[in-house]
Design a protein around this ligand. Structure first.
Ligand SMILES: [Fe+2]
Ligand SMILES: [Fe+2]
Length: 252
């Protein structure tokens, strides 16, 4: 059997994991991936929670509240998938402590801890909702682990709306704050947003692909994100800041 066909989309259920019908390394890789996904959703929810306190533009309140509720729901879905294979939220979060220091968690941590106004909220949304949409839509929707694929399907529509919000906000921010202020905020966030996908060609990424838990390598998704973002920026007359090519990316 070829490697690609070993774990086709949606073929592994929680029971297969619980009854150890799959390779223990599959389970280990799955748990790590789900723990990272759950934590990213939880930190994004915390960011929206913080935005409720710090964003002074009252007209944004309903949309922030809506996104907050949806991000909490996304986190709950992924934590539930973990619980179904015997991993508690505490255990999952604890396993992620070393990963929190990695560049891939810089953007969600920054959103959760220090978003301080409308432009920051916009950048967080461009950095996390747009990236999240790609991860969920491209990588997890056809996961070999059926419960993750089903969770991704439920998350997808909402993330698509969050992304639309970010795109709409981008245009109105350029009008209200001016292109220079938006460009400056973008320079603050862009590298962290690109790094959110994680390092290209890692052993963990290879295992995720081999087990059918991810469709694409982190590097491919980063490229896809940057080209999408560049087109969005183009439409509002902004230029994409240059990034260094290697991971972790920095402003060039
Ligand atoms: Fe989400
Ligand atoms: Fe989102």
């Amino acid at each position: 059997m070829s490697r690609g066909r070993e774990f086709p989309a949606r073929t592994v259920e929680a029971e297969d994991v619980r009854l150890r019908r799959v390779d223990p390394h599959y389970t280990k890789t799955l748990v790590r991936l789900l723990a990272a996904h759950a934590l990213a959703e939880k930190l994004t929810a915390l960011g929206y929670e913080r935005a409720l306190e710090t964003v002074t533009n009252g007209s944004l309140r309903p949309v922030i509240e809506k996104h907050l509720a949806e991000e909490r729901h996304h986190a709950a879905l992924v934590y539930r998938a973990l619980r179904d294979i015997g991993v508690t939220q505490e255990e999952a979060d604890r396993s992620m402590i070393p990963a929190l220091k990695a560049p891939s968690f810089e953007a969600p941590l920054r959103f959760a801890r220090s978003v301080a106004g409308e432009l920051d909220l916009l950048m967080a949304s461009l950095s996390l909702d747009m990236t999240g949409l790609l991860m969920v839509g491209v990588n997890y929707k056809d996961s070999s682990y059926a419960p993750h694929a089903r969770a991704a399907e439920r998350i997808l529509d909402e993330e698509a709306e969050h992304e639309l919000f970010a795109v709409g906000e981008l245009a109105s921010a350029v009008e209200r704050f001016g292109p220079q202020a938006v460009a400056a905020a973008l320079r603050q966030w862009l590298a962290a947003a690109a790094n959110f996908f994680g390092p290209p060609g890692s052993g963990f990424g290879y295992d995720c692909k081999r087990f059918g838990l991810k469709a694409r390598d982190n590097g491919e998704l980063t490229e896809l994100y940057l080209s999408m973002l560049e087109r969005r920026l183009d439409k509002v007359g902004l230029t994409m800041p240059r990034l260094t090519p290697g991971y972790p990316h920095a402003l060039a």
